[in-house]
Design a protein around this ligand. Structure first.
Ligand SMILES: [Zn+2]
Length: 196
């Protein structure tokens, strides 16, 4: 797996974590290989809005697969391929990993708890709900800078966050510590930034 992967849009090299893999399904229909495990030839695109939006232009996929590639139709109310399905997948992964991470003690919520974790130096990064108000967001951005922690926005609103974490009520901020679930969540948070 040491071969260099290249984004078919910007032609820059990409790491596996920052790449979305596309494979050819039955009848030449493009499909997204989120787990990056399907056999056969694959094409890669960056998990960024600018690269994903240009994927279907200028016959890029035809050239990558050396055949006529058909693009799946967009689900009503969603953005076109690959953004719609990619966003849906990232949202679901963020929910799953938040719930698993919390159960494993790698994700903490509640403003006071989060602050305690940050002050003890046990946080790797902070997460804000998508709909966090400006004043609250600015306050946490300030704290994150002070403690030199990355801060991400999830695609989930505060209500969805509370639900994903099995709490009654809303959750606007959380702290993630070390651990494999926390690292997997961080990858999905970076990917999700393409849809904010
Ligand atoms: Zn790219």
């Amino acid at each position: 797996m040491s071969a260099t992967r290249m984004c078919v849009v910007c032609r820059q090299a990409l790491d596996q974590d920052e790449g979305l893999r596309i494979v050819l399904g039955p009848e030449g229909i493009a499909a997204l290989d989120f787990r990056q495990k399907l056999p056969g030839r694959g094409a890669w695109v960056h998990w960024t809005r600018s690269c994903m939006e240009q994927l279907n232009q200028r016959g890029r996929l035809n050239r990558a697969f050396k055949t006529d590639v058909r693009i799946p139709e967009a689900v009503e109310g969603e953005e076109p391929f690959p953004m719609g399905p990619a966003r849906r997948w990232v949202e679901r992964r963020q929910k799953e990993l938040l719930a698993l991470g919390q159960r494993a003690g790698q994700v903490k919520t509640g403003a006071n708890v989060v602050l305690g974790v940050v002050r003890k130096g046990q946080a790797e990064y902070l997460v804000l709900a998508r709909d966090t108000g400006e004043t609250v967001a600015r306050d946490w951005e300030h704290k994150a800078r002070g403690y030199e922690l990355p801060l991400y926005r999830t695609l989930l609103g505060a209500g969805e966050l509370g639900e994903a974490l099995g709490r009654t009520g809303v959750r606007s901020v959380l702290a993630a510590g070390g651990g494999p679930l926390s690292r997997a969540l961080q990858t999905e948070l970076k990917r999700g930034a393409a849809f904010l």
